[in-house]
Design a protein around this ligand. Sequence first.
Ligand SMILES: [Zn+2]
Length: 318
Amino acid sequence: MRRLLIIIILSLLVGCQENSSLASLTPTLVSQSVTLDPIPTRHLRAVVTRAMTPTYTALPTRPPTETLLPTYTALPLLETPIPLNGTFSFGQSVLGTPLTAHRLGTGAKVIVLVGGIHGGWEVNTTQLMNELIAHYQANPAQIQPGVSLLIVPQLNPDGAARGRVLEGRFNQHLVDLNRNWGCGWQATAYFRSQVVDPGGSAFSEPETQALSELILNTRPSVVLFYHSAADGIFAGDCGDFAGISESMVAVYGRASGYPYEASFSDYPVTGTAPAWVTAQGIPSADVELSTWRETEFDRNLRGIQALQCWLVNEVSCR
Ligand SMILES: [Zn+2]
């Protein structure tokens, strides 16, 4: 009996130690829950349907940012309108390199594709964007009437200049541009197990300022950010619109073959680009290529073609 009692006491002590060591490992995460998404996203996820038939509905005409997102500050619109076609600069990096977008097609439903947010660390995403631009320039008939593509090959040219090293992931201020957006931004951010700089505040960096302005000014129907190499599609899930990306992600996932049903859970991510875009009422996700060497062009082309058909809701669309 006494031996049993000792065993019970010992096991209780071990359990306490595990809990206390866990708590000491993650004090910041526990204490910094103030700006985290207050919306019960799990509940929203549960009621989202995964119908493959086009279920796209018009976006709300006015983003409910003021009432729902206390961390979001309205950004000024671009002074010049978006060109109907061709290449244009929409801002500059920290070092003054122009940030360039390529518009293909003239339709009102815009699909924005962004490569290189993690610079040289994920340079195959920039290569993929350049291959897509060349493909659609050579095959303009593959852009559906009513749709246009707005492709940003390289959002982080300063990081890209450093090549495929970890520092190539960050911009010239050594800020991680995918922790610098205005929904769920936190002062302590992570990449894998290491702390990375999310910037002094949301949208502190010229690259995220410029792209967020472009998105607000364009009001696209979908925004995809390309990464490597976690092999999967991960929907943005911040604000009251969490859940609106699920159908879009399923369309792209089934056509491309990337896994799309899991949430990203390898480590906590805050202030990401798809989270903020989703909070504007625009479906958005990260597409993680399966390697950091290949562009995986064919399967991503299939995904984009499927997205176009989903947007135009045409039975004859291929
Ligand atoms: Zn990335």
